[in-house]
Design a protein around this ligand. Sequence first.
Ligand code: SAM
Length: 599
Amino acid sequence: MPITPANIQWSGAQPLARDFDDIYFSADGIAETARVFIQPSGILERVQKQDTVCVAELGFGTGLNFAVLAQTLIGQSNARLQFISFEKFPLTQGDWDKVLRERREALPIYGELVHQAPPLLPGWHQRIFAAGRVTLQVYHGDVADGLADLAARQTNPVDAWFLDGFAPRKNPAMWAAQLYAHMASLAHSTTTVATFTAAGHVRRGLQNAGFHMRKVDQQPFKREGLAGVYQGHAPRRANIPPLRAVIHGAGMAGAFTARHLAEAGVKVKVFDPNGIAQGASSMSATVLHSRLLADGSANADLRSSAFHYASTYLQRFKSFDSTGVMWVQGPNLDTAKLQRISAAYQATDANQQAWIRHLSGADASDACAAKINADALYHPTGGVVDAKALCAELLGHGAIEVIPAAGPIDTTAPNIVCAATATRRFPGCEGLEITNVHGQLDWYDSARPVVHMPVVGNGYLVPTAAGCVLGASYEQKPWHEDEATAHNLQLNRHLLGDTKLSWKSRRRGARCVSSDRTPVVGQLDSDNQGDALWLHTGLGSMGTTAGLLGAAAVSAAILGWLPPLAPEVAHLMRPGRFKERQARRGVRHIEPLEPEYRP
Ligand code: SAM
């Protein structure tokens, strides 16, 4: 699963790729980026006329082209930037830290980029900057695979291509004719291409693919480079983005999706007869972590991608507290599984993976100040989410209107149903296999702090200023409240030692869980896309993580961008899967909808 990192040798501030015997950029990298890529592409002129520009780069490296362009656009225009890049050998955290030291002063955006650098895992990684004005999508893997996926799944064209893949004779894989064909398939009638090389076969290859090429004098940086404009067959048309969208449901799925769309410039109406954040979304102490799998499955990819997207996305919101989370052994994590996860994600090598650490019981006990008897997995970027406050915080955007009533289906705008189990009341959704699983959290006071960070094991324990929160019961049919309190205490007793707790309060809510425990995300009828409803529900116990990845995926698809997850993960979550299964094995009992559950 993990990916081979870049093998860099630093010469002062300049990185050199040992395996390619080539430099990432020349001594004056910032000026070179402007001269070789930004100016010949005419991007600063384009943003006077376009709301959004989409730039795609082959070779992300140290992110210098991205940082220079994003920083320039944020400072000089109101345009949005969609920046897509491909990288087979990403930087380790150690190299990112060095880049940050060298560049922070000239390019402050590096502070955010390095703080949320994509992990050394394959596939798509999305990051958001400047309150949603800049979206970065980096594909970790071979450019040929990533580009084919982009060409297949993104409907919007690319405005400008930057070709920055080491010298062609040192790295021919980045200059293959097949790549130019994919670039052409994503080009519209004024799409540009720019590169530092003037190699004859690159110019001819691009020309054959439909780009009209010219040489560009780049003294004093390089002798000559190339620039061109697409003039080939069948240019792509831009998707006309919707001006408005309607969301049914103001819980986590609805609030997260509304915010993603609003930051992309869409006016959003959110309807919910129960108001903001009911059910599982009403919990003020949930833990952001991931129950990782180590089997290489799409489900494993979903869990880790959702965790990474959420833990970086939430950094700018005050309802998230990045405390770190300790995942200790229990019924869902035995020693063998912990070892498999640790090996698969390289959790023993801090230089490879900064987001997960395999700790001994003694080290885990020290880190969280509780008695942990066996090895544990530590998520430094996990934390505590006040889900209820987060929904309100995300919905508090000027382009979002929340209406405390049920809304009609609006046939003139995309409709996204995020209504937990009540989604089944919407047309065509009756057969969705989703149901309520009730849960309870209990608040306690204690004379002294219980633990230093949230601990997830049998249940979960979250430290608070006054004591702690213990959770979370998983009740197929609602239990008596006292029974749930006793159960939550039992789940966490081994962490409490002799700490005296005094019970203070409880909160109950229902999670919406699907029959295969996987979220339901995508368009209801993917064969009949036009007006079909979009669904985002069935988040189960993964609301804060999968809810954010699902919001990013749905909003990207509505706007014509690439959903930032693997096609296999999108397939796993597709709403149509229940109908397909029912056609094969018949309709199993779908529980009648309960009257709205109220704690
Ligand atoms: N734009 C970068 C920057 O701002 O630092 C410099 C890019 S560097 C010249 C070329 C990059 O292409 C390297 O990071 C290298 O790892 C990457 N690369 C090389 N072969 C690749 C391949 N087959 N697929 C994807 N990326 C590749």
